[in-house]
Design a protein around this ligand. Sequence first.
Ligand SMILES: Cc1cc2nc3c(=O)[nH]c(=O)nc-3n(C[C@H](O)[C@H](O)[C@H](O)COP(=O)(O)OP(=O)(O)OC[C@H]3O[C@@H](n4cnc5c(N)ncnc54)[C@H](O)[C@@H]3O)c2cc1C
Length: 495
Amino acid sequence: MNSYDAAIIGAGLGGLQCAYILAKRGMKVVVVEKGQLLGGCIQTFARRGRKFDTGFHYVGGLDDGQPLNRLFKEFGLMDLPWVRLDDDGFDEVIYGGKSYMIPSGFDNFKARMKGSFPGSAAEIDSYTDFLEGVATGIFGSFDRAGDGNMSEGSLFSRGAYDFLTSTIHDSTLQNVLSGTSPKLTLQKETLPLYTFVQINASFILSAYRLRGGGMQVADSLAASIRKFGGEVITDAEVTKLMESNGVVDTLEIANHEPITAKIIIADIHPAQFIRIAEGTSFVRNIYKRRITALQNGFGMFTANISLKPGVVKYLNRNIYIHNTDDVWTEGTQTAAEQPRCCLVSFGVPEAGEEYAQNIDLLTPMQWADVAEFAGSRVMRRPDAYNELKNRKASQLIDIASNYIPGLKDAIENVYTSTPLTYADYTGTEQGSAYGVNKDFNRLAYTLLTPLSPIPNVFFTGQNLSLHGILGVSMTSLFTCAAALKEKPGFGLFGE
Ligand SMILES: Cc1cc2nc3c(=O)[nH]c(=O)nc-3n(C[C@H](O)[C@H](O)[C@H](O)COP(=O)(O)OP(=O)(O)OC[C@H]3O[C@@H](n4cnc5c(N)ncnc54)[C@H](O)[C@@H]3O)c2cc1C
């Protein structure tokens, strides 16, 4: 039986980053991934020669010295072909039929918002200053987070909606400031302030796409892990954790020999962890009940569209189109309704090419909308499921066509996915886009730390504190710090 210093379950962003840190420090590491591809939510898939992203459209804070830049430099990811989105509008929010550009940089952001909402100038100043304080002080959480949460303590325990509505009183402005809502699970009753502020602020710092797809991040991390002497294996589902002499050190793996490891890191949903660990003496019923009671956020319906050449001009920004008065309700929409929002995201074309080759349209979708089809197999889904997908795709295309001239005539092929597709291909629980719903009223129950009930087993990934590329990258540092019993921070990368 092969033995390792550390085994990482799941080759999502968090799992690969933890493996990178540990392997770089000279530990004997293996990453065990159940899918055929690496990357989990950031995997890229190809159809008829075109590449499409699943859960990686753009990232924030990648300029020199900014939070994600500092992290990605350490992970050796800054040489990838990053493309900076337009400074004067990296996101466009369409609300009430009007367009609002979200520019990079806090001063530009203030000026643009004040131009549209002159009566709210003082409130825009205090809102923006607050965001800037969080964005620039982000690594302060390394010093304060003794418990392994990415916590700005009080910011997690306060509601985002309460902050927004007590700082900003114009309801149109409230909606515009929340207008990139599909990036978050906006829920008035539960969303912690930190999640709202950190994610919105990090994109205002600077926003980037990656030419060629998000999977390059996973491939680059895997190549580095192998260079450091680690292993990364795919088509290898961990089915059980086993205990001997009171220590959980053995992983049973489908299609592979079992392995042993001194440290185990689980980059998987805590409910999936319970399923593989419940045979051990450490997982008590009370813990199991707590984890199985966690709620997941919405999933996504995505239409990945390949375009005929030379018809639709590439837009170096995202467009968030809203068909509702209250963007905070968009996450609760059901598939029976018209979509309340549509995110339009362009794939970066080849260098020098001014026309788009593909475009993604996304809207939130509930697991409940597809749960009845969960027993069916990919490519053999019932007609009703395929009809649902076709209906949703044409609704989104109708919405997006109002803002993308020539879109309908330019469509070559449409590939659709629902939370069921995500559950099958990216391994996410109930196809949830961002995992466990964090609730500021019930932090002790919903904000998980890297510590599991098993002393040498640790959690990482988006289900802990914060989803998204930046949140997961920071969590990787917290997880490795807990596993190595060191202080969180850049010192973890060693030489
Ligand atoms: C549609 C969508 C759009 C998004 N867009 C953006 C964006 O533009 N910008 C941004 O910052 N973030 C975005 N995100 C969020 C971001 O992609 C995720 O937060 C992040 O990639 C999650 O990484 P993770 O490490 O937590 O785990 P995951 O990506 O969930 O990976 C977990 C891995 O574990 C594997 N696994 C599960 N069970 C087992 C097992 N038993 N044995 C072995 N392997 C197992 C899975 O197959 C998977 O590969 C988006 C997400 C989605 C879904």
